[in-house]
Every structure is written in C-alpha cells, then in structure tokens.
Design a protein around this ligand. Structure first.
Ligand SMILES: O=C(O)CCC(=O)C(=O)O
Ligand SMILES: [Fe+2]
Length: 186
C-alpha cells in the first residue's frame, strides 16, 4: 500500500483467549449508543460504543466531550499484551456491531489529539467483518476480513492519506466487538 503503514496479525490472540475476552468485554464495558450529527441532523450511531482509558482523558465526538471510564480487568490484560509488543496506548474506543446492520462509515482517525502519525491498534472479536481502506486521492482500495482474535495496526502516514470503513453485511446475524487502542496527547 502506498503512503501507508498497515500490518495485520490474524492470530494475535488464540481462539480460546479470544472467546473468553469477547464474553468479558460484553459484560464489562460501559456500552451505550451515541449520537452523531450528520448534515444538520442528529442520529443514533449504528453501533454501540464505549470509551475507556487513563483517568481524565476526554474524547471529542460530534461536539461532545466524553470522559474516559476506567480500565477494566480485561482491558488491562489486553493493554499489557500490547505493551509487551512495544506499544503504549492510553485509551481505547470500543465498538460493538450488534449484527450486520451495524457499521462505521468512511473516516480517518486524524483528530489533532492523536498526534501527527497516529498509531491505531485495532483488535477484533466475534463475527468476522470486512474492513475497507481507500486512498483519499487515487481511490485505490483494499479489503481485509478482520478475524476473531486479530490485530490490525495502522501507523505512520496511514490516516493522512487513507480513509477506512466497516460496511454493512445484511446476512450477518451475530455481533462483533472491535477495540481501537490509541494514544491521546493532551
Ligand atoms: O470496527 C472497526 O474495525 C473499525 C473501527 C474504527 O475505525 C474506529 O473506531 O475508528
Ligand atoms: Fe477508525
């Protein structure tokens, strides 16, 4: 991929570990359905979300500031695994796609508080869903099926030159949890 640094590790967690983590995250996280402001109208986000991390970190979302909920046991365990691999995220945005109707539209994770070259550590649990990357200028695109227990790393210039989305999958009836660990600079 041009002007991108993307790495995919399909078995970051074993199936057994991933099963346990999936069940724990469903229970532990502060899931809620947020609101987004699009083209002059408020809508419910087509997925559930939760924002956890170091105390006092805030997350700016559609003009609202969300204060991070504390790390849970499972989030701490996952974060330690990422630290072993040389990363040091201080917050996580969790997304729960309840079924194939839930989705996330095209965007880049390029908010100023993520710094110049954001490192996004994206973990997937549950239903396998397609993830698309599209170059902002050339429109060249790539699709990756994000598997149960996988880790997708986006870093360097990726957010500057590329957008990504999680498209709808009408026939998917089970849920997927995604965790995007990030470092917020304040
Ligand atoms: O669910 C995914 O794999 C993508 C999530 C995402 O892009 C985000 O949280 O910024
Ligand atoms: Fe994203």
């Amino acid at each position: 991929m041009a002007e991108a640094e993307v790495e995919y590790i399909s078995d970051f967690f074993s199936t057994h570990e991933a099963d346990r983590i999936y069940a724990a995250l469903l229970r532990e996280l502060a899931w809620h359905q947020g609101d987004v402001y699009v083209f002059g109208q408020w809508h419910k986000t087509p997925r559930l979300q939760a924002w956890h991390g170091e105390s006092s970190l805030t997350y700016e979302y559609s003009g609202k500031s969300l204060i991070a909920e504390p790390w849970t046991d499972t989030l701490n365990e996952i974060r330690s695994r990422l630290v072993e691999h040389g990363f040091e995220p201080n917050a996580v945005l969790a997304n729960q796609y309840r079924d194939g109707n839930d989705k996330m539209g095209w965007h880049s994770d390029d908010e100023p508080e993520l710094g110049d070259e954001p490192v996004i550590l994206s973990l997937s649990f549950g239903a396998v869903r397609d993830f698309d990357l599209r170059h902002k200028k050339t429109k060249k695109s790539y699709r990756i099926a994000l598997e149960h227990g996988s880790l997708l790393i986006m870093k360097g210039n990726t957010q500057k030159f590329w957008q990504h989305q999680l498209p709808k999958r009408k026939r998917e009836s089970s849920a997927r949890i995604n965790l995007t660990f990030r470092t917020i600079f304040s």
